[in-house]
Structures are given as C-alpha cells and as structure tokens.
Write a protein that binds this ligand. Sequence first.
Ligand code: TYD
Length: 210
Amino acid sequence: MKQGFLLSIEGPDGSGKSTLIQELASHFSDTGREVVVTREPGGARIAEQIREILLNPDHAEMEAKTELLLYMASRRQHLVEKVLPALERGALVLMDRFIDSSLAYQGYGRGLDLEAIHWLNQFATDGKNPDLTLLLDLPAEQGLGRIQANRSGDVDRLDQEDLSWHQRVRQGYLQLLDENPNRLVKVDASLDLPEVLDQALQRIAERLSL
Ligand code: TYD
C-alpha cells in the first residue's frame, strides 16, 4: 500500500495558496491517487466552529494567547479526526496552513514566545510534521495589495492588521525556512499562476514518488 504524504502549504495572506491548492489537487487526482484537500483553522466540524470564533471581525477583544490556544485546539481536532485517518489510507493530504502558521503569525506576528509555540505544536500534533511544506513567498506590500483588490466585502479579523504585521509574518516565515531547510521549500508567489504551479510541482516531485 502507498504511504500517505502530508503536504502543507504556507504563506502570508494574499499569497495565492487556495488557488494553487486547487490546481495541485486536480493535477494529483489525475494520477489516480486519493487526494484530500483541507485547511486550518477548520477542516472538521468542531474545528470549523473554532474557526468562526477566531476569524469573526467582531471579536476585536481576543487576547493573543487565547488566539494561539484556539488555533491549537482546532489543530488537534482536525488532525485526529481527518488528517491522520487520510494518511493511514495512503492519501496525499494537501493542507492549507499547519504548524508554521502559528509560529509565523502568533510568534513573529504577535510576539508570543516561540519556544512555547513549538511546545504547543508538539503537544497538539504528537510531533506529526508535514513531509514537505511549500512556502509561498511574496513581499508584504504585494500580499496586502492582493487582499485589498480581491476583497468582496468580507474581511476577517486578521485581514484587518496593518503592513508592519504582514512584514513581521513574512520575515517569520523566511526565518522558519532558514531553520528547516529539509522540510520547507520556497516558491516565488509573485510569479503568475502557471509558473508558481510549475515550481511547486518540481519541488514536490523531488520528494514524492508516485
Ligand atoms: P484564512 O481565511 O484561511 O486565510 P488565508 O486564506 O489567508 O489562509 O484564515 C486563516 C487566518 O488565520 C490567516 O490570517 C492566518 C491565520 N492563522 C494564524 O494566525 N495562526 C494559525 O495557526 C493558523 C492555522 C492560521
């Protein structure tokens, strides 16, 4: 039986993750392999309810550690209920955000203690890491510009942050890339979609034998 493969896709808001994931899913479905597309926060019933609490723009009073713990709670439930069973079936799991988002957003963005976040990630996942993580990288100004251009009236709580926040998150991701060269690979998200897809497929092919 084929082994499951956990691919997480990370990057700042506006980096085009969702579009790329749809393209990757249709590419790999054509290979006959089971492909599961899922996301954090959310991806399972309870976790989707936590997502609503997290992203509700009315929840302006949410404190940073509360935010972190809610992301972790969503992570645990989603992993156990959806991701691990899919991996056991041998699926390719394409996950929109995972452990690195907490380090980039709550750690580098909000300034919470990175060691504590590492520990909580470990606790929530029992140490389950992605087999590969694609980091869609682009300058913060460009990411923000895309969010503003695509905005269809619904702005979530974290979209309301300013440019310096987006810059800290991007720098955080680049730091994570430096620290985990075997797991994280960078994809240039400022390119057009066909080129981004091409780069992503190359990176995946280096790791995943179909
Ligand atoms: P989402 O609508 O999925 O945003 P995007 O399309 O940009 O991925 O909302 C997820 C938001 O939650 C996004 O702003 C990143 C943030 N987030 C964290 O701050 N920490 C985390 O651990 C995770 C998983 C997400």
